[in-house]
Design a protein around this ligand. Structure first.
Ligand code: S3P
Length: 169
C-alpha cells in the first residue's frame, strides 16, 4: 500500500490539509518533521544550528524512505525536494500531491506563524524566502503526480479536490 504524500513550500498547509484528509479517509496521519524531531531528540532549529542543513537532509531522507510504504497520509517538510534522492523517491510514488500556493500568501503565513521556528524562514526577509521558493518550484512540480491550487481555498475544498483526483471520494 502506498502512502499519500503532501509536498509544498513552508506555509502551504501540508499539516492542516493532511490532518483533514486523514480524518476523511480514516487513515493515520504522519508528520515527517515530528518523526525527525523524535529521531534527533531536539527541535529542528537547534539541529540546523549544531549540525547544518546537509545533516538534516540526510535524516529527512531516511525517515522518508522508512515511511513511503505505510498506509498513511504523510505531510513532508517544505525542503523534502532539495535532495535529488528524495525527488526520485517521490517521483516513483503514484500519490504525491503538491500543494501549490501564491508566494505572497506563503510569506504572510510564515511570518504570522510564531509557534513554528523555521531555520530557513523565520529570520529571513521576504525576498530571501521568495528566492528560496523560486529555486524549488520546478522540483515540486516535477516530484508530484498531482498539483492542487490552495491559494484562497479552504482546507475542505482542497481535500475534496484531492479525494476526487485520487478517485477516493
Ligand atoms: C524546511 C521546512 C520545514 C522543516 C525544516 C526545513 C524547508 O517544514 O522541515 O525547517 O527547508 O523548507 P515545514 O514545511 O513543515 O515548515
Amino acid at each position: 500500500m502506498n502512502s499519500i504524500l503532501l509536498i509544498g513550500f513552508m506555509g502551504a498547509g501540508k499539516s492542516t490539509v493532511g490532518s483533514l484528509l486523514a480524518q476523511k479517509l480514516n487513515w493515520p496521519m504522519i508528520d515527517l518533521d515530528d518523526l525527525i524531531t523524535e529521531k534527533i531528540q531536539m527541535p529542528i532549529n537547534d539541529y540546523f544550528d549544531q549540525f547544518g542543513e546537509a545533516a538534516f537532509r540526510q535524516v529527512e531522507s531516511n525517515v522518508l524512505k522508512d515511511n513511503l510504504r505505510t498506509k498513511a497520509i504523510i505531510a513532508t517538510g517544505g525542503g523534502i525536494v532539495v535532495s535529488a534522492l528524495n525527488r526520485s523517491l517521490l517521483k516513483a510514488q503514484p500519490k504525491v500531491i503538491y500543494l501549490k500556493t501564491e508566494p505572497q500568501t506563503l510569506v504572510t503565513r510564515i511570518k504570522n506563524d510564531t509557534k513554528n521556528i523555521r531555520p530557513l524562514a523565520t529570520e529571513k526577509s521576504e525576498g530571501e524566502i521568495i528566492s528560496l521558493l523560486n529555486g524549488r518550484l520546478t522540483h515540486y512540480e516535477d516530484s508530484a503526480a498531482i498539483a492542487v491550487e490552495t491559494t484562497e481555498r479552504s482546507p475542505e475544498e482542497i481535500v475534496e479536490e484531492i479525494m476526487e483526483r485520487l478517485a477516493m471520494a
